[in-house]
Design a protein around this ligand. Sequence first.
Ligand SMILES: C[S@@+](CC[C@H](N)C(=O)[O-])C[C@H]1O[C@@H](n2cnc3c(N)ncnc32)[C@H](O)[C@@H]1O
Length: 188
Amino acid sequence: MFEAFLMLFFGLIVLLITVSIIYNTVKLGISPMPSSKKAYIAMMQLADDTGSGTIIDLGSGWGNFVIGIAKKFPHRKIVGYELSYLPWLTSSLLKKAYGLKNLTLYRQNFYQADLSEASVLVCYLFPEAMIKISNKLQLEQSNIQFLISNNFALPKSEPLKKIQLNDFYNSPVYLYKMSELYSLNLEK
Ligand SMILES: C[S@@+](CC[C@H](N)C(=O)[O-])C[C@H]1O[C@@H](n2cnc3c(N)ncnc32)[C@H](O)[C@@H]1O
């Protein structure tokens, strides 16, 4: 009897987790799938060339990138925005477990967030999200210096660097210098 109750309890938890992830994936247009190991290494490598300012991950998922980069740069401020509850909760628990005082995780929509403290933006999203981000950044004309994007290009911008991964799709990871995007807007 007790075993049946336990099985039902864990079954319900698994169901709730699955429903919550599916719901947020449909709502946000992307699942919390982390960057691949190769992309993660490329993103870390590109971040080396971005100075010492705040890094913000737009959609930090389960925390793979933000936890890694916060450990790598203990003196740099790292911020993650994530709307999906379970990934956000998991990354917050990992942050506590590793005692990462330089990492802040918000459960908030990054389109509505004030990103002005960022020096570097990082993302692994999808094409429509890149258009929205590009529009937001051009409107706000903040001091953001770099954007690192796994797989998806920023519209109408030439990357400063591009790493082509040695994977099945030869996926690109881009580093953009934001002054180029802002000057595009001024030229209009
Ligand atoms: C593919 S994952 C990337 C995770 C992590 N950045 C990485 O590279 O491993 C994209 C994440 O963005 C989150 N997301 C999408 N749109 C969002 C929004 N408007 N505000 C906050 N999070 C968002 C999704 O919930 C998802 O977890």
